[in-house]
Each structure stands twice: as C-alpha cells, then as structure tokens.
Design a protein around this ligand. Sequence first.
Ligand code: NAP
Length: 479
Amino acid sequence: MSDQVNQVPVPFPCAGELVSHGECLEVRNPWDGSLAGTTWLADQRQLDRAIEVATREFQATREWPVHRRQSVLRGIAEQIDAQRERLAHLIRAESGKPIQYARAEVERGAATFRAAAEALATFGDQTVVLDAQPAGERRAGLLGRFPVGPVAAITPFNFPLNLVAHKLAPAIAVGAPVVHKPARQTPMTALALASIVRDAGWPGAAYSVLPMSADLGQHLAIDPRMPVLSFTGSPAVGWQLKQAAPRKKVCLELGGNAAVVVHQDADLREAARRCAAGGFAYAGQTCISVQRVLAQTSVYDTFRSLLIDAVSALTCGDPSDPATQVGPMITGAEAQRAEAWIQAALHRGAVAALQGSRHGTLLTPSILEKTTPEMDVECLEVFAPIVTLAPYTDFDAALQRVNGSRFGLQAAVFTQDIGRIMQAWRTLEVGAVIINDASTFRVEAMPYGGVKESGFGREGVRWAMEEMTEPRLLAMRAR
Ligand code: NAP
C-alpha cells in the first residue's frame, strides 16, 4: 500500500466534536522523512472542554450495563480487523515500525478489545463472609467494583495502536470516559482508532483524543477532575507525573533494560533465535526488548556464535518491505544517541562481537561483550538495536546480576530445570519471569507491568480494570 497522505489535516475529536483549526502538527515518516499525516494541536481551552465534558458524561457511562459495554468493545475489535491493512500502514508510516510487526500490532489491538469484553463476563461482584464474628450474624456482604472516574491516558510513540487499546479497552469496560494524549510523533493511528470507537457506539463526549504539547499533557495528568492517570512512557516523565499527582490512582508503565539468562541445559539455537528477535525487532524500541544476555560459561562460545549468526541473518532496512525486522529508529537524534552509547562503551573497554553502523535513522545491530554494569548500555534503557552479552559460571550470581538494575519489567530464563525455574521466579525482581522465551513475550490478557523504576500498577485488561475501579462493600442485615 503506498502512502497517499491526505494533505488535509485530520481533525481531532474533542468533547464530542471534531476540531480542525489551531496549530498544525506535521507527522513525519522516520524512515524517509516523508509526510505521514497532519493534524492539529489542541490548546488549553480545548483540553478544559474535553475534561469538563468527560466528567459530565461519566454520570451516564458509569450506568451502562455490561452487555452494552461488551457490544461496543466487540464492535471496535471487528472494525480494527476490517481495517487491518490501513491501520498497519498508518503505524508503519508514522512510527517506522516494520510492516510485519505493524500488522501484528493491529491483531493485538483487536485482541485487547476482545479481551476486555470477555473479562467483563467475570469481572465484578463477589460475596464476602461477614458472620465469622458474632457482630456479623444474619448479615451478607457483597463486594462490587465501581469506576473511579474519567481516565487521563498518555501514550508513547512505539505502539500507537495497542498501547492506546490497553488504556481505552479497560476504561470502556468499566464505563469510564477517556481523555487521551497520544505521542506527538504518532497521533495519526490514535485518530483513526477514535473514529472506529465512535462508530462502534461509544459516545464522542466520552473519548477525546488531543494531540498536544508535553506541557499541556502535564495539565491533563494533574487535573483533579481526572482521578485516574494511566501513563506509558519514559521513567523520568512517569515518576515526575506521579509526584505531581499524589492523590490520584496512577498506573505507570515505564522502561526497562530486560535481561535474559541462557543456562547450559537450554536449547541454545532456539534461545539465540529468540534473543535475536527479542533484542532487535523494531530496532529494540520496545520496553521489554532483550538488552542484557547472560550465558553460562560452559556454553558461552557456542551460544555466542549462534547469536551472532541469528542477528546477522536479520533483515534491516525499509519498514515497508515485508521481510524487514530492523527498521529505523524514531528520530535521527535517537539513532545518534544510541551510536554514542556504543562508542562510549567501546572506549571504556567493551568489545563489539558485532558492530552496527548508522545510516540516518537506521542503526544496524550491535552485540557488545566485556561491558560492565556501570556502562550506559547496561545500566540505562538502550531502547535501540544494542544487546550486551556476558558469561556467568553460577546461576545464583546470574540472577543477582539481573537484579542489579534500577529497572524490573520482565526477565527471561532459558533452562529445562524446574528447580532453576522456581528459583528464578522467587528471586527475580520483575513483573514477569518468562521461561524459554525472550523477555519480549506478552499477550494481552496477562498482567503486565514492572517494579522498581519500571512502573507502578498493572495493565493487561483485567488488571487495568482493577486499577480504574475501586471496591465498594455492601453489608446487608436481614431483619
Ligand atoms: P516519553 O518521552 O516519556 O513520552 C511518552 C508520552 O508522554 C508522550 O505522549 C509524550 O508527549 C508525553 N509526555 C512527555 N513529557 C510529558 C509531561 N511532562 N507531561 C505529560 N506528558 C508528557 O516516552 P517515549 O519516548 O514516547 O516512549 C519511550 C518510552 O516508553 C521508553 O522508556 C519505553 O520503555 C516506554 N514504554 C513503556 C511501555 C510499558 O508498557 N512499560 C511500553 C512502551 C514504551 P510528546 O510526544 O508530546 O513528547
């Protein structure tokens, strides 16, 4: 599909109306700099209006019965499926994501809305025993979950559809309006999704998508009329917003420097293949990308050459080529930043088992050995096609090295040994331990989120629904 970009800016939905005036926002394709779309930037007045109307609309949406919310969620999923190619090319054009992964993201986006519809079938009321104490005799307890209020949603550039879905689907599921700030680099997919959401029957007043400056995003995040803040993005911004909004229910999905441990009893070829894809797909611009690989000494050399082979076989280049796995980084500045981190590590004694080169926004894969935990490529989030590789002799020490990080999103272990699997599960300070797959494993209905600097709270549809609701007990006395 060619990029026939409509030169007319796409209006944004604000408080039930489409806005097509103000400051124009041009969105550029990270691969070739071509125009990927244009829209408008919202201003303070429009943000205020969106929040005010969302607050009012909440009085209606909180009363929607489950079947009505399910019907909207299923309708959205059907339309995402129906518009699969259009959405995939929009994602590819504005984010530079290789088309095969953009298509996968669209499928996942539809699955997220379906998962929310399904979660509703069992989400909600439970009985509570009250008569375990004499004071509770002849009483019955019922615990329900009720939406807290409208949700302020802020999303990053790297999954312009599915990370929006992970905020919007649970919000619709619990009957909460959303005011959404997409990343300025990738607002076009969110705008396309918004029209699907409207057509599926969710009120326009209950979903505003406002491309806006980061400063205005700060206003959205801290506005007291929006009692829930769901933020996905960088740790620096996320933690600062949480501090600025201490009374809110806040869910933060932030960054990481995911580690993978490859033990001597692993299927080494499979581990190498999965680490290659997990570390370099979409140029490593995923929060759970494989960043630090530890392989046991006895299999290190074999694993090292399998990994180099697997990474060398990856296809780099034009994201519209169906074979491409490693496309551009989001901006030239980001590619230069990553290149500088490689140079700094080499300067301090690291050795490149595979050294990438940069051509504009495209940085080809690098594997670095002899790095230390103090180097940026290990201790910070690289968010780029760079993986470090180190040997270990002792499994305990490998787990401690994984834990020696300020982050804790997901970690992976390749082993056949149930004892080691249980040890890793007990020991690793992360939101999820993945066994015999890369740290990048995620399906929509699993609880997802991190500890330490990687986040606060959980997404994964049902868990996000919990974050957006509060329990309320009904204690009844029979007379
Ligand atoms: P980012 O710079 O933090 O931006 C994320 C969003 O926050 C964007 O919409 C951005 O708006 C907005 N923003 C920036 N400053 C703000 C402020 N002061 N107040 C309110 N909003 C503000 O992150 P990014 O570069 O787009 O995304 C990469 C990061 O996201 C990485 O750290 C990655 O690990 C993380 N991430 C985490 C997950 C997860 O589920 N844990 C998933 C994906 C990505 P502008 O675009 O207008 O600047």
